[in-house]
Design a protein around this ligand. Structure first.
Ligand SMILES: Nc1ncnc2c1ncn2[C@@H]1O[C@H](COP(=O)(O)OP(=O)(O)OP(=O)(O)O)[C@@H](O)[C@H]1O
Ligand SMILES: [Mg+2]
Length: 345
């Protein structure tokens, strides 16, 4: 049951981030079950990969696992997370803390977890800087103000001494972005960085992240529910369902030729991709299976317009495989049929 997807050999160091066969379990109603199940993802420097999928599909947990941030009773069972040829999962907690923020940095989904209300934003950025760099107080302060300017916070020198509650939601998101990029990370994981923001501010934060990756070659993983944002900002996309990747490819390719019925359903659930942001992907009928409840077959079978009740879909779990022999991957026994249907539509 725990078959692992074979990966093509890669020249080490060619990727900013190379996650291989990551698997994380939690105890649940069906015993210890994988909530991140054989996830492999790679990013080139400067690239933006969008990760989409319904609530609970394992998007956040995949990257919490990659950063060694899964708390018990959760457990990363296997996999590799390669950054500069180092496997983050093999590092001691201390060595991992040094990599976090510097090599790979995350803007967390929960905005409350990001900033401490009892310290000024300046103090908090200075703390991040001084934890990693040998900077004196004045140097660290100057650098922190520079970061606030970089994320376009007006009047940065004065704002340095303000507390989080004195900032609007959008400005707080920029402060979090400043903290996440403080050490010039090679990879930024942005977990729903704009969900709580209005459309204009959303666009500003995303433009800011886009600018940073263009200027510094930082690779970005953008976890989002918003396919409009994916279409406008990402180079590639990965679709998750029930802890697994079910489709992966370039954004134009996946939008034009979705090759997994779940992706087709997601795309159909969005009224108009040209609309500016804010659309949720929640309108597919039925609910995802509980972790561990699908012992064999495809986890999407019960909700699938194409495979529901089909013997192949009920009995064998489809492997993630190349569509058209290229980099476009799909985990569906009938991916060719899906593709043809999408072309015909
Ligand atoms: N502390 C925990 N204990 C048990 N299960 C957990 C825990 N944290 C997460 N899970 C489970 O792991 C699965 C994946 O959760 P995750 O937070 O990665 O989903 P997500 O795709 O990020 O969803 P959302 O879009 O709502 O943020 C879910 O089924 C969730 O219930
Ligand atoms: Mg999440």
């Amino acid at each position: 049951m725990n078959q692992v997807t074979p990966l093509p050999a890669a020249a080490d160091g060619a990727y900013a981030l190379d996650i291989r066969n990551l698997r994380t379990t939690f105890p649940g109603a069906y015993g210890r079950a994988a909530i991140v199940d054989d996830v492999s993802l790679r990013l080139h420097p400067g690239e933006m990969l969008a990760v989409v999928g319904e609530s609970g599909s394992g998007k956040s947990m995949s990257f919490m696992s990659a950063l060694g941030l899964v708390a018990p009773p959760g457990r990363v069972e296997s996999g590799q997370v390669l950054v500069n040829g180092t496997d983050l999962l093999k590092l001691s907690p201390q060595a991992l803390r040094l990599q976090r923020g510097k090599a790979i940095s995350m803007i967390f989904q929960d905005p409350l977890s990001g900033l401490n209300p009892v310290f000024t934003v300046g103090q908090q950025i200075v703390e991040v800087l001084q934890a990693h760099l040998p900077l004196g107080a004045a140097q660290a302060k100057a650098r922190a103000i520079g970061l606030l300017e970089k994320v376009q916070i007006p009047d940065a020198a004065r704002r340095f001494d303000h507390y989080p509650h004195q900032f609007s939601g959008g400005m707080r998101q920029r402060v979090l972005t400043a903290m996440a990029i403080a050490l010039d990370p090679q990879v930024l994981i942005a977990d729903e960085p704009t969900t709580a923001l209005d459309v204009t501010v959303q666009a500003q934060v995303l433009d800011l992240i886009d600018g940073l990756r263009r200027d510094t070659g930082m690779a970005v993983v953008l976890i989002t529910h918003d396919l409009g944002i994916v279409a406008r900002h990402a180079d590639r996309m990965a679709v998750m369902y029930a802890g697994r990747l079910v489709e992966q490819g370039t954004v134009p390719e996946v939008f034009a030729r979705p090759s997994h019925p779940y992706t087709v359903s997601l795309l159909r659930s969005v009224p108009n991709l040209d609309e500016p942001a804010g659309q949720e992907l929640m309108s597919i009928s039925g609910t995802p299976p509980l972790p561990g409840s699908v012992r064999q077959g495809c986890a999407f079978e019960a909700r699938c317009y194409l495979g529901k009740g089909r013997e192949a879909c009920r009995s064998a779990r489809p492997a993630l495989q190349a569509v058209d022999g290229g980099e476009h991957l799909s985990a569906c026994h009938f991916s060719e049929t899906v593709t043809l249907e999408a072309r015909a539509a």
